[in-house]
Ligand binder design. Structure first.
Ligand code: ZN
Length: 164
């Protein structure tokens, strides 16, 4: 289990195994693999944001080697459907054909424009880039607060104090 503390706020982001498996299946390990991506949905439990569902990619998305353009109607349908299961839309994920990915200029613009969609109390907008290395090395976890992007560093569960 990986935990990502959000600065000194006491807030912690964690990922359920199914979500990490979903990322793993879409890593761009071959030159012909296209970018994949989707949305992230979480349960909010006190100061913990537990990311429980990662959607996408969908057939309607536009995908290239270094491009991912999600279908907006599919996104809204997911937000509505998962909200009925008490899962809150907390951010987006997509892949890069890099070992340890870094956010591109376009990624920063996307983050800034999507923060207003983030309605939960915690942290801000969550933005995950899935690289070629397995997590945590290949997983870039960013929280955008509306002004700037903060890169989060992981803590392994065996070192972490249980935030509950
Ligand atoms: Zn990107």
């Amino acid at each position: 289990m990986l935990f990502y503390p959000v600065g000194a706020s006491g807030e912690v982001i964690q990922f359920e195994a199914d979500v990490l498996d979903h990322f793993d299946r879409h890593r761009q390990l071959r030159f012909w693999h296209r970018e994949a991506g989707g949305q992230l949905f979480a349960r909010i439990d006190g100061l913990r944001m537990i990311v429980s569902e990662a959607t996408g990619p969908r057939p309607e998305d536009k995908r290239g080697r270094t491009f991912f353009g999600p279908d907006r109607r599919s996104e809204q349908a997911e937000i509505d459907a998962l909200f009925r299961r008490d899962l809150h839309y907390v951010g987006d994920w997509h892949t890069h054909p890099e070992r340890s990915p870094t956010a591109s200029g376009r990624d920063h613009a996307t983050m800034a424009s999507r923060v207003r969609l983030s309605r939960h109390r915690l942290a801000g907008f969550l933005f995950i880039i899935v690289g070629q290395l397995p997590p945590p090395g290949g997983l870039t976890v960013v929280v955008h607060d509306g002004t700037s992007a903060h890169l989060l560093a992981p803590v392994h569960a065996d070192l972490a104090v249980d935030p509950a």
